[in-house]
Design a protein around this ligand. Structure first.
Ligand code: 2AM
Length: 173
């Protein structure tokens, strides 16, 4: 399985992002690319990749605990030298701590993961062609995080499918 940890979003938060993507695609001279389907929108905390035995990844999640915390949209961006349009999130020390704790628990168990610095972002458009229309702003949207999910990513009939295979709720020991 291709494993990663993510925060999944409530429907109204996904809808706010989907509206922004629709606006970008409809604006004259708008940007073309592979738009993320609303149901696939998520925030990746840590990426493990291909692994057969999922037990250590579940154990790592069992070993962390976190209080509920808020995530809020910040702004649109394009990673330098790439064609990926993302929505950034306002700085959240709790989210950073949760991510660091998960990575520490993976290291303890000898599970390799992508150790690039954590840049919290929500991928909206891949292979984007053309600039963002001027004045593209993100709506104000936020939600309380109560769960972190262990996900499996696969391609089914040419579509990216993300499946929650395990989770940990806030304040659970
Ligand atoms: P991305 O959206 O910026 O590509 C599943 O692939 C999720 O894991 C995606 O959200 C992806 O981020 C993220 N991810 C993080 N590091 C990755 C890596 N090294 N390879 C593939 N996906 C990665």
């Amino acid at each position: 399985m291709r494993l990663f940890y993510a925060i999944l979003f409530p429907n109204d938060f996904k809808a706010a992002l989907a509206e922004t993507m629709e606006m970008i695609s409809k604006t004259q001279g708008g940007l073309k690319g592979n738009f993320t389907p609303a149901d696939n929108l998520h925030l990746t905390l840590a990426f493990i990749g291909e692994r057969e035995d999922i037990t250590p990844a579940k154990e790592a999640l069992n070993a962390v605990s976190f209080p509920p915390f808020e995530l809020s949209l910040e702004r649109l961006g394009i990673f330098k030298g790439s064609s990926l349009v993302y929505a950034s999130l306002k700085k959240s020390p709790q989210c950073e701590k949760l991510t660091a704790d998960i990575k520490a628990q993976l290291s303890i168990r000898g599970v390799d993961f992508d150790d690039k610095p954590f840049k919290p972002h929500i991928t909206l458009i891949r292979k984007a062609l053309g600039g963002l229309p001027e004045k593209t702003e993100l709506p104000r949207a936020s939600f309380m995080v109560h769960r972190v999910s262990l996900m499996d990513s696969s391609r089914i009939s040419g579509r990216q499918v993300y499946r929650q295979i395990y989770y940990k709720n806030d304040n659970e020991e």
